[in-house]
Structures are given as C-alpha cells and as structure tokens.
Design a protein around this ligand. Structure first.
Ligand SMILES: [Ca+2]
Length: 538
C-alpha cells in the first residue's frame, strides 16, 4: 500500500515541479516516514487561489476563495481489516502557523472532507484537519448505515485515528509538535466533539461543540415521529410550507416583547407558552389558507412538546417556539429518509420496516445496540477533566432541526451526574453551555448568530477576540492560566448576513440557563446595552 501511495505522490510532485511552483517546505513531506497513515497526495495551495473541492466530496464542494499559501496533504488510514478512512490536513506556511492543530467535524450523515471548515481554520493560522468519517455520502443519506465497520468509523473511530495521524503529519511538516490541539464541529460535528471528549480524552485540549446530535438513537426517532403527523401530505394534519411564516408571526406577536424589546427575537423561548389555537379556523380568521384545523393544531403541539414514553422515559425534546420559519426542512418536501433509513439499515435491519410503527420499544432497542457506538451521551467526563481539557457547547434557540433544549437537558444530565458525586461545582471549571437566541441550526437566523464557530461558512465575528469568538474564547480558557473561562459572549449580526455589508447589531448570549436582558437604556443594537443576569442555578 505504501509504495503505491508514494508512487502517486511522486507523480504529483513531478507535475508540480514541471509547473515550476515554489514548493517551500511542502516538498519535504515526500520523504516523510509516517506510521499512522499513507499519503495519497501532497499539493501546494497557491496564495489567492480558489478551491471547490474534489470529487467525490459531494457534501462540501462550495467554492472557497482567496486561500492563503498552504500545503494540502491528503491521507488514508486503515481503520479495520476491511475499512479505511481518508483525511486531509491543510498546513499553513510556517510563518503563518499559529502553532496549533485544529480538527473540524462533519454534518448529517456525511461522508466527505469538510473543506469549508478546513479553510475557516486555515485562514486563522491553524493546521486544520477533516476526515471523511470512513465513507462517502451526502448529509441526508443514511442508506449506508447497515455497514458495521463504516458505522464504527462514523461513530467515533475515523476521527480519533485521523487525529493521531494528522498530528504526526504536523510534526513531520514543521519539525515540531503543535503547541495545543483543538476541535470544532456542529450538529454531527457536535456529536463527534462529545464522542472525542468521552472516548478519547487525550486527543484535544479544547473542544468546541455546536448543536450536538449526541443522542443519535433518539434524535432520528423524533424526526420520524414529527413526520408521522405530516406524511402523507393528504392528511388533514399536514401543514403546508406557506403556513410557517403565518405561524411565526403569531408566535412573535405573543412572545417577542417578553424580553423587553420588540425586535423579532425571542430571547427566552422557554417562557413562550404559545397556543396555536389563536390561529384556529373560525376563530375570527375567515381565510381558510391562513388558519389551522384541529388536526394541524395537534400536529404543532406535538412538534413543540417533548416526546415522553411510559415510565418517565424521554425520547426527545420538542422544538422551541420562534424557529417555525425553517420547518420546511423537517416537515415539507419528502419524508425524512435520513431518520427512516438509519432505523431501517442500522437498527431494525429490515428494509421493509414500516416507519409508522416506531414507538418507545424501537428506541429502547436502538439504545441497547447503539449502532457503531454512535451515541455520545456518557455524562462521566472525569477522564477529560483530569486530562485538563475544556469544552464549550453552544446551541441556537432558533434551531429548526435539532431541538435546542436537548442541549440544556444534556447539560443538566451531566450536572446531575457530578451532583451525585458531590462535585457539581466543578463542572463549570471545564464545561460551559451557551444558548444563542436567533441562531438557527449551526448558522443563519434572525439573531446575532456569528459566533466564531464551525459550520458558519467561514464568516467570522466583528472582532476575533476572546469575547466575540467561541474558538478564541476556548483557546484563552485552555492556554491562559489566568482565564476563568467565558461568561458572557457577544454574537454578531451582519447586514444581510454578508460580512462586507457591515455589522447590523451585536448581542450578548449567556451561559445556560441565563438569558440576555435589555438594560432598559442605550442602543438596543449594541451588546453593551444588554446583560446576562445570573439565574443563580449553577
Ligand atoms: Ca424580543
């Protein structure tokens, strides 16, 4: 295998030399004697160039512009006797390197090297790595999950092995180890971050976790349950996509002002006890296309309330009011195959399985087999804590894909575990959760959602400082012995979500369970006019 890869490498280097590129230290890797991976190819990244991804990385091929000079290294690792995973690490030139290693995560069921987040890290000076997680697929494709080895790779193995192997490439390239190692990911990337914390506590010094799908034997089940009220679309309970803006307006009319400022944002959705009955047909609403029938009202209640089964068994939280504008992803178009196919292929192992039969027993069976070790739901974080690691989690209160309160529930689960040890006060020494009003799933939304995190299309905060960027805040917490950790963070909203159009407003977001509150005076567009009074729980 190795000779094949070096043959491939020498071919590429030959092409590069023929083009008369200035290779810098990129060429040095041709002689690298790597123990943990085989090099597929090494190629220089030319300053100012663009990059759109290579086939078959179908999930991450949006154009990346104005790249800095770097060395792109593509590698393969043998993850078991009959499985492999690929990863790429993009290395800044030595003078641009901030001496840190950053691994980034994936999204949905992909299945591909995350070039946008690699470039996000590269532009900030990190030696940045992403793995394909051991298979290639789009984010919504779960038809491959019946492959046991690929599931283990996706569950946790590929990222761990790629991290070890990428650190070795870093050492070979710079002739130095990285000073610190970080991880950043959202959604599936958030799950991968928690998986690293729980299974491989030595891999990273700091882990930044967004909107984690870390209870994966439950989340796809909840997706299916939501779909059951919607599909087929001939059902009376079906809510057409054109109704979501109407519902969103009604939610805002009731709940926007609860935080003291009518600005289209609900700072604390847990206080928004919205009753969709106000939109009931015949309730003064004569336009039948702008009202809800009783079945549709029941459907909405189901989306917004947690799914409990017998014996106080929680399956999943519901979505929070305020996120309706984005419900088309889950509730319109086609049935959510990403959930159905996971249960078909990885859980019940029956391609004829009727998803309408899903119940608490199906989920209990999924918990018992935990395909590929996909859950990252072990609250015992003591090995990571002992290793000196820090983890920051964030979740958008406007998340329209993964219910945001699942992160609050998860934090409380860990808190209760530490409470049982008599160590509850220690938790905030190394783990903090921030809820971001107006942040949709990982990126976008009506609020100040730019937080200096992964999966934000490389859009960086107004200031790349420790209180504007979650990643820099994490770095400070890890590396600065005087840091007491992040308390209040400041999010950025750009005009039209375009950086060059300028800042529209800034707004703080707070440590769970605190909520930003307007001070009652000052410009509401400035973060300084808001504060995060402590709710006094943790
Ligand atoms: Ca408001």
């Amino acid at each position: 295998m190795k000779s094949f890869n070096f043959f491939q490498l020498s071919l590429i280097l030959g092409q590069v030399q023929a083009l008369n590129y200035t290779l810098g230290t990129c060429s040095g890797l041709s002689n690298a004697n790597l123990q943990y991976s085989s090099i597929r190819f090494v190629t220089p990244v030319i300053a100012g160039s663009n990059f759109t991804g290579d086939a078959p990385e179908t999930s991450y091929n949006t154009v990346q512009t104005a790249l800095p000079s770097a060395c792109r290294v593509a590698c393969e690792i043998q993850t078991s006797q009959n499985s492999t995973a690929r990863f790429e690490i993009w290395l800044p030139m030595k003078t641009a390197w901030n001496s840190r290693f950053l691994a980034v995560g994936n999204g949905g069921w992909a299945g591909g090297i995350n070039y946008p987040d690699i470039v996000m890290g590269l532009k900030q000076g990190f030696a940045t790595m992403s793995t394909d997680t051991g298979h290639n697929s789009t984010q919504n494709d779960a038809t491959w999950t019946g492959n046991a080895e690929e599931m283990i790779d996706f569950g946790h193995r590929a990222l761990h092995l790629a991290t070890i192997a990428a650190k070795e490439v870093v050492e070979n390239f710079y002739n130095l180890n990285a000073s610190y190692s970080y991880y950043a990911g959202c959604s599936t990337g958030g799950r991968q971050g928690w998986s690293e914390v729980q299974r491989y506590p030595e891999d990273f010094d700091g882990v930044l976790v967004g909107a984690p799908a870390n209870w994966m034997t439950h989340l796809p089940a909840w997706d299916i349950r939501v779909a059951l009220e919607q599909f087929p679309s001939s059902k009376p309970s079906y809510i057409n996509s054109t109704m979501w803006p109407t519902i969103h307006e009604a939610v805002l009319a009731q709940c926007d002002a609860l935080d003291g400022v009518v600005d289209g944002l609900i700072s604390d959705p847990t206080r928004c006890n919205f009753h969709p009955e106000v939109l009931a047909c015949g309730n003064g609403i004569s336009n039948s296309s702008a009202c809800l029938n009783p079945a549709q009202i029941a459907n909405l209640h189901r989306v917004w309330t947690p799914w409990w089964e017998a014996n106080n068994t929680l399956i999943y939280e519901g979505l929070s009011p305020g996120s309706e504008a984005g419900y088309t992803f889950l509730m319109n178009g086609a049935t959510p195959q990403f959930g159905i196919d996971f249960f078909k292929h990885a859980v019940v192992n029956d391609t004829t399985w009727d998803y309408s039969t899903i119940n608490g027993s199906t989920v209990a069976f999924a918990d018992a087999i935990n395909p590929g070790g996909i859950n990252a739901y072990d609250p015992d974080l003591r090995p990571f804590q002992s290793a000196g690691g820090k983890v920051i989690e964030y979740h958008g209160y406007q998340d329209q894909v993964i219910p945001s309160l699942a992160s609050g529930r998860w934090y409380d689960t860990v808190y209760e575990f530490y409470g049982g040890l008599g160590q509850a006060a220690e938790l905030s020494d190394f783990y903090r959760l921030f809820m971001v009003p107006g942040l949709e799933h990982c990126n976008g939304g009506d609020g100040a959602w730019v937080t200096g995190a992964a999966s934000q299309s490389g859009i960086l905060p107004a200031e790349n400082s420790t209180n504007h960027s979650l990643l820099y805040s994490l770095i400070d917490w890890v590396e600065n012995t005087n840091s007491s950790g992040p308390e209040t963070m400041i999010g950025t909203k750009y005009v039209g979500d375009v950086t060059s159009a300028g800042v529209k407003f800034t707004r703080p977001y707070c440590r769970w369970p605190n909520i930003p509150v307007y001070n009652g005076k000052g410009n509401v567009s400035l973060a300084e006019s808001w504060s995060c009074p402590s709710a006094g729980v943790y």
